[in-house]
Ligand binder design. Sequence first.
Ligand code: DQA
Length: 156
Amino acid sequence: MGEAARNEGRRILVLNGPNLNLLGRREPDQYGHTTLKEIEEDLRTYADSRGAEIRFVQSNHEGELIDAIHKAMGWADAMIVNAAALTHSSIGLRDAIIAAAIPTVEVHLSNIYRREEFRHRSLIADVAAGQITGFGAFSYRLGIEAALHLLDTKGS
Ligand code: DQA
């Protein structure tokens, strides 16, 4: 079976928002020492072992993240979204997730409910299938697992 056929229905976009390019250096007590590149490499290997295809986008700009979601329409079967600070403020990103209608798993490295009150509100939570928060870099692995579960049980 060709690569394209093997991954049919299991294509995942992993979207990372502002400042996550600094992972590893940025507030390590909060976010750990793993870099985004290391997280992406781990996810690529993991997704491959699960017969899924994965793409990554990180941007510090709201519009670019929205564009990436639009581009994912017609390609992605699911999305893992860590919108970082935009989680708490971006109606535009929320609307893009609704418009794209791609099953979405919201992911955070830190437990947003154990932090400042302004982080307790997510504008994405109720338009996502679910939320994973507080497991550090491992949150992304759990995100992939959740996304594959959604795809595997779709329609059942
Ligand atoms: C974050 C939590 C957000 O509140 C924060 O603005 C981030 C990272 C997380 O992954 O824990 O930048 O999304």
